[in-house]
Design a protein around this ligand. Structure first.
Ligand SMILES: Nc1ccn([C@@H]2O[C@H](COP(=O)(O)OP(=O)(O)OP(=O)(O)O)[C@@H](O)[C@H]2O)c(=O)n1
Ligand SMILES: C[C@](O)(CO)[C@H](O)COP(=O)(O)O
Length: 372
């Protein structure tokens, strides 16, 4: 199957964290750790499938998760192998269930690096001085070129499957398995917040990080395009036959422009004109999905997920109602979010003003972004 699967390993017993229940089933700010981890991947536009590896004793809990599950093994490595065998995707991102704070932007970086590498994994360069010792310092360790490894670790599935089948020992992570098989692994920037819940104290730390992250941004957008000669209008990504067209430097999709500006506004990044200047001939006649895709990618790059967008078209004609579902679907696909997070409405202006006289169409939009 072409595409990318996330394999979430959740078959450990969480002995170091204690608490009586394996850590992946415990609540973090009211939601189970595993559910948070699954949601981070399930909501990501570059992930096509989520596979969760569960302890055989927990396999009956699969039904509550809404994803593909498979039983794991006695070691992390055995669990990863089980996950690799449960998908046919071309690429896999292997992730610890115990890292629920993984950001969409980190998933982006790993996926993008896989376009040019057989393996890619996030890590953070060690900045503290390193010692050797046991209660007393016995020596120093050069930190040059040392990294702290994180997940998700991404690979071409066939390559990492062969590496896991050939692996002899219980490796700490999948990069170790890959290196033993001679695969190259690119390092992408890790994220300090992407902690692994390992010990009891890590629950409080993760909860604090989540609280700090609760950053909600709102933006609005407004646009107008004038009618001119033509035989169709583009509205929110859908081509509607009409006896006139909308005039503009691009395809004049007034609704999509308003939504795009709302996202830029929420990010404090100006408007379409700043990113795609009308004076630049390369954008003449451009399809507006280019602008919306750019705004959505910028949101992800800045660590935000688009929670929802709402667009109102103001016109007497064409009638928008029959096309609303197609418009929502078109913009949802471009934004990489579910159609129920995209709203398109229309109103007339009671024949008042320039929209009422049929001289053009106006659009207003709101976008809500949440820290991812
Ligand atoms: N046999 C195993 C062991 C670990 N894991 C998963 O690998 C991830 C990282 O492992 P770790 O933090 O060591 O988890 P546990 O093995 O559960 O913890 P502990 O060693 O404290 O028991 C976790 O999401 C864990 O569920 C797994 O799927 N199968
Ligand atoms: C895979 C890993 O998360 C990379 O940092 C880590 O090695 C797995 O956890 P463990 O605590 O080493 O078992």
């Amino acid at each position: 199957m072409p595409g990318t699967a996330a394999i979430i390993v959740a078959a450990g017993r969480g002995l170091r964290a204690g608490g009586g229940v394996p850590k992946q089933w415990r609540d973090l700010a009211g939601v189970p750790v595993l559910e948070r981890t699954i949601n981070a991947f399930a909501a990501h536009p570059m992930i096509d499938e989520v596979v969760v590896v569960l302890h055989p004793d927990d396999i009956n809990r699969c039904a509550t998760l809404g994803v593909v599950c498979t039983p794991g093994g006695a070691t992390r490595q055995a669990s990863v192998l089980a996950g690799l065998l449960a998908t046919q995707a071309d690429r896999v991102l292997i992730h610890d269930a115990a890292r629920p704070l993984v950001r969409a932007s980190l998933i982006d970086r790993v996926c993008t690096a896989l376009d040019s590498h057989v393996g890619a994994a996030p890590a953070i360069a060690v900045t503290d001085a390193l010692w050797r010792g046991d209660a007393m310092v016995t020596g120093l360790q050069d930190r040059t070129g040392l990294y702290r490894a994180q997940t998700p670790q991404g690979f071409d599935r066939a390559a990492i499957l062969a590496a896991h089948r050939a692996a002899l020992s219980d490796a700490a992570d999948d990069v170790a398995v890959a290196l033993a098989a001679g695969l190259d692994v690119a390092i992408v920037a890790g994220d300090e917040d992407n902690i692994k819940i390992t010990h009891a104290d890590d629950f409080a730390r993760a909860a604090q990080l989540m609280e700090r992250r609760m950053d909600v941004r709102l933006g609005n957008g407004y646009d107008v395009h004038r009618f001119g000669p033509g035989d169709h209008v583009m509205l929110c990504g859908v081509k509607l036959p009409f006896d006139r067209g909308l005039q503009g430097h691009s395809d004049a999709d007034v609704g999509m422009h308003a939504v795009t500006d709302a996202i830029y506004g929420a990010l404090g990044q100006g408007d379409i004109g700043v990113h795609f200047p009308p004076t630049d001939p390369q954008w003449k006649g451009a399809e507006s999905h280019i602008f919306l895709r750019h705004a959505a990618q910028m949101a992800r790059d800045m660590g935000f997920a688009i929670s929802n967008v709402d667009c109102t078209l103001v016109c007497e004609y064409p009638k928008v109602g029959p096309h609303q579902a197609a418009m929502r679907a078109a913009m949802a696909e471009i934004l990489g979010i579910a159609p129920d997070r995209v709203s398109v409405k229309a109103t007339t202006s009671e024949r008042l003003g320039f929209t009422g006289r049929g001289e053009g169409i106006a659009a207003l939009a709101t976008a809500a972004l949440m820290s991812a």
